[in-house]
Design a protein around this ligand. Sequence first.
Ligand SMILES: Nc1ncnc2c1ncn2[C@@H]1O[C@H](COP(=O)(O)OP(=O)(O)OP(=O)(O)O)[C@@H](O)[C@H]1O
Length: 240
Amino acid sequence: MTDAIIVDDLTVRFGSLTAINGLSLAIRYGEIHALIGPNGAGKSTLLDVICGVTRPTSGGVRLDHEVELGRTREAGIAALGLFRKFQKPSVFDALTVFENATLGSGHGRWRRPSEAEAERAMATLTRVGLAGRAGVLAGELAHGEKQWLEIAMVVAAAPKVLMLDEPVAGLSDEERDRTASLVRELSAPDCAIVVVEHDMDFVAKIADRVTVLHEGSALFEGSMDKVRADQRVIDVYLGR
Ligand SMILES: Nc1ncnc2c1ncn2[C@@H]1O[C@H](COP(=O)(O)OP(=O)(O)OP(=O)(O)O)[C@@H](O)[C@H]1O
């Protein structure tokens, strides 16, 4: 499979604290890649570097083997096809579900969409199971529905790399199952999906590959079955 993002001997320090410590890994198109590990392992910091929010202290992160993301400004990241969905949904409560879906990921001001844009928005809402809620104000949606709406908004931008930060935090078991199916359906050969999540059952349902981070380094990488069987992973994370 083709590499989307190469993390190459990346180190990030905040003063005397080393958040990422000589980390190397590859995130591939067509894969759902989960980053797991204890609090403070460096998962969010890695996403921050990929998104141009945090600069590497040394080493680098490249997109498609050419764009050095460690030197890209945050504002230019979306234009490269990289989108991050944060844990807390940031949909516009005062707009309808349909209006949110037509905003795309630019979070710009709402304007009347063209017919083609409206059709695309409805198709995306159908994909996430919200077509029947198109006319409802987003503020009236359940927490899970808001997550799916925001995923729809990001997907509408046809991302190359989609980063999901704890997508099932605060969701019911049923909503978690539905989110797992949704994320699996989003998997596509020209898109790399990166998921940071603490819910191991969810990770087992969606991930093609799992990297366990510990103290800023990759402790283990493999399938979820192998991760669950690895004694070091059990010692530092799963067994706690
Ligand atoms: N902007 C910052 N300034 C100083 N320290 C930071 C900053 N961002 C992160 N850190 C520290 O870097 C370390 C790694 O944090 P990070 O948030 O990447 O971990 P994480 O694996 O995402 O943890 P969690 O599962 O709790 O979200 C932590 O010790 C954290 O306190």
